[in-house]
Design a protein around this ligand. Structure first.
Ligand code: AMP
Length: 188
């Protein structure tokens, strides 16, 4: 199963990716997680990414596209993968199409998790409050920036993948179980 999970911050991409990992035994490729690991390790990539991420802006297309291209070559991606948080811009989606066709990989579906803005802000702030491990990009101003960035730069991907015939829309505001059942119904 080769999937993209698309959706605004707080729509439940990470939670649903975890359920899909358990059901299908395929890895989640999260550019956000890879960048946070680079920051924690203090690598040059991490140093470049940190300020941008703390503001809620996007890291450059070249950086994340390179990360994903390398990651797709690893053995665990052979039987499938879930792209979570990538692509986030039209240029990234176009590069991804090129990378996949070079590697001879075909996507099965793009799942778009839909949710309204105020619910998302409340969710992300609650996640920040509840977790001991607070993300530095989870305060209200930064959350609003991330939602605006999503609207302007990422939401055009919905029609991009609709045009490719790959898009499946799922209402992300239902319970975790209902959302995951809807995703499975959409991809099977
Ligand atoms: P996430 O964990 O997916 O919410 O990503 C956290 C942050 O990492 C984002 O707000 C961006 O700053 C950066 N990031 C993650 N994925 C991408 C991407 N595909 N393109 C650009 N920036 C990204």
């Amino acid at each position: 199963m080769k999937l993209i999970l698309l959706g605004p911050p707080g729509a439940g991409k990470g939670t649903q990716a975890q359920i899909l990992i358990d059901s299908y035994g395929i890895p989640q490729l999260s550019t956000g997680d890879i960048l946070r690991a680079a920051i924690a390790a203090g690598t040059p990539l991490g140093l470049t990414a940190k300020a941008v991420m703390d503001r809620g802006d996007l890291v450059s297309d070249d950086i994340v596209t390179g990360i994903i291209s390398q990651r797709l070559d690893e053995d665990d991606c052979k039987k499938g993968f879930i792209l979570d948080g990538f692509p986030r811009t039209i240029p990234q989606a176009e590069s991804l199409n090129g990378i996949l066709s070079e590697k001879g990989i075909t996507l099965d579906a793009v799942i778009a998790l839909e949710a309204d803005e105020e619910t998302l802000v409340a969710r992300v702030l609650k996640r920040a409050q509840e977790s001991g491990n607070v993300r530095s990009d989870d305060n209200e101003n930064v959350v609003r920036t991330r939602l605006n960035v999503y609207k302007e730069q990422t939401s055009p991907l919905v029609s991009f993948y609709e045009d490719m015939g790959l898009l499946k829309k799922v209402d992300g505001l239902q319970s975790i179980e209902v959302v995951s059942a809807a995703i499975k119904a959409a991809i099977e």
